[in-house]
Design a protein around this ligand. Structure first.
Ligand code: PGA
Length: 258
């Protein structure tokens, strides 16, 4: 099972922050896990230049469902690839909230991203009100169903990130039991039935996101069906993100051991 430490810089970062990327690459030349940073679009190609030849992969934070056209301010999957991205985050709760993205829009973006050979990171998660009403599994189940039903994907082209909306940027996290419960449900949902593409649901990486930091990473990565993290705030500094990469790497098998 692949494991991925993915950083989401959101609307943060200018050219001077590329130094953090240089530090990250120097400190982690050969991590055992995959390592990805999704910077703002303005930094994509410069970050891709800095990352060239290293273990660091680069991704976008969103893409438009169409490949080109009259869509002021939007970015297409083709443009992300052209700028050096291999991955794209789709359906992040900040996009769902700030830009009123619906499950149907996210589904259209997923199709385009996969078509353009980008690895899609589909984000799902409940609000605090939904959790308190006991609706967590129903909400993420519906987001997954709407996103993936009859979609053709492989274990290499799709990643799912469980991000409780109330845990993002808040310093709050669900309990380990709550994270494990949702991840087991996600695994079960994509392993079976119409959401399994070519039987590959069992191998799709499931990331946890929401206030992941060096101090809680070990415990989260020890949970079954947690195959990495999508990290916001703590991905901005090489030292913090590097510690999370280190923590995830420690949970991967040593390739030099027989
Ligand atoms: P956070 O953000 O790590 O700052 O909570 C996570 C995310 O939104 O992907």
């Amino acid at each position: 099972m692949r494991k991925i430490a993915a950083g989401n810089w959101k609307m943060n970062g200018t050219a001077e922050d590329l130094d953090e990327i240089r530090k990250l690459i120097a400190a982690h030349p050969k991590p055992r896990c995959e390592m990805l940073i999704c910077p703002p679009a303005t930094l994509l190609s410069r970050l891709a230049d800095v990352a060239a030849g290293s273990a660091l992969m680069v991704g976008g934070q969103d893409c438009h469902p169409r490949l080109s056209g009259a869509h002021t301010g939007d970015i297409s999957a083709q443009m992300l690839r052209d700028a050096g991205a291999t991955h794209v985050i789709l359906g992040h709760s900040e996009r769902r909230q700030d830009h009123r993205e619906t499950d149907a829009m996210i589904r259209a973006k997923l199709e385009t991203a996969l078509d353009q050979k980008l690895v899609a990171i589909l984000c799902v998660g409940e609000t605090l009100a939904e959790r308190e009403a006991g609706k967590t599994l129903a909400v993420v189940g519906e987001q997954i169903r709407a996103g993936l039903q009859n979609l053709s994907y492989t274990i290499d082209s799709l990643i799912i990130a469980y991000e409780p909306v109330w845990a993002i940027g808040s310093g709050l996290t669900p309990t380990l039991e709550e994270i494990a419960e949702v991840h087991a449900f996600l695994r079960q949902t994509i392993r079976s039935g119409p959401l399994s593409s070519n039987g590959s649901g069992a191998g799709v990486a499931l990331l946890y996101g929401g206030s992941v930091k060096p101090s809680n990473a070990d415990a989260i990565f020890a949970l079954p069906d947690v195959n990495g993290a999508l990290v916001g705030g703590a991905s901005l500094r090489a030292s913090d993100f590097g510690a999370i990469v280190q923590s995830l790497s420690a949970s991967c098998p040593d390739p030099t051991m027989p």
